[in-house]
Design a protein around this ligand. Structure first.
Ligand SMILES: Nc1nc2c(c(=O)[nH]1)N[C@H]1C(S)=C(S)[C@@H](COP(=O)(O)O)O[C@H]1N2
Ligand SMILES: [Mo]
Length: 199
């Protein structure tokens, strides 16, 4: 009964904590990338949303800049156990991006420049829970952290926040992404400590 032994070992978060179980706070901002950092210039950058019916919606950099933006301040939780509190971002909510997208799909498969993929239920991308961000702490997002633009889904472990996001494919059926195929949890809720398959 792991939830009992966690309590005995003092890993159960105290009420009101911002730290999910098994995490520690860091003030640094580690870089975690499964491959080399792609260098995409803003003038070559594109983001597309593809629906289950095959309809493709696409934005270039000017198109993204023309959309109303928000400045969320959120806590980040990485499955390698660091959490970072109060990070400040600027970008476009997925609610705004998907406003004119006609879909009945319930799953999204996100693909990045460089080939990284991750899957997320569509309900976790809407209702103010996810953004395409292009500024971090007041500056253009650095390439190492996903610039020019990355997905930010802070209520899930950070591997779901695809850096260098290129395409969001809306699908009727769920398809595991890169880490999900390698044994990581399909959903990845840090508060339920869903690190690996079976957690
Ligand atoms: N395209 C892409 N996105 C990615 C990754 C990656 O390797 N490639 N790593 C993920 C993982 S495991 C984490 S923890 C975060 C790390 O983001 P950071 O490097 O900005 O801290 O990015 C996520 N998004
Ligand atoms: Mo990660």
């Amino acid at each position: 009964m792991s939830f009992i032994s966690r309590g005995f070992h003092g890993r159960r978060p105290s009420p009101g904590t911002k730290l999910p179980p098994g995490q520690y706070e860091t003030t640094g901002f580690p870089v975690l990338s499964a491959g080399p950092t792609p260098r995409i210039r803003q003038e070559n950058w594109k983001l597309s949303v593809t629906t289950e019916a095959g309809k493709r919606h696409e934005w270039d950099w000017a198109g993204l800049m023309a959309l109303p933006a928000e400045s969320p301040t959120v806590d980040l939780h990485c499955v390698t156990k660091w959490s970072k509190f109060g990070t400040e971002w600027h970008g476009v909510s997925l609610d705004t991006l998907l406003a004119d997208v006609d879909t009945t799909a319930r799953h999204a498969l996100v693909t990045s420049y460089g080939g990284y993929t991750t899957n997320i239920p569509l309900t976790d991308l809407v209702d103010g829970k996810a953004w395409i961000v292009y500024r971090y702490e007041g500056s253009d997002l650095a390439p190492a952290h996903g610039g020019p633009a990355r997905l930010l889904v802070p209520h899930l472990y950070l591997w779901k926040s695809a850096k260098w996001v290129r395409d969001i494919e809306l699908r009727l059926h769920d398809t595991p992404g890169f880490w999900e195929s390698a044994g990581y949890h399909n959903y990845g809720d840090p508060w339920r400590e869903q690190r690996y398959q079976g957690d």
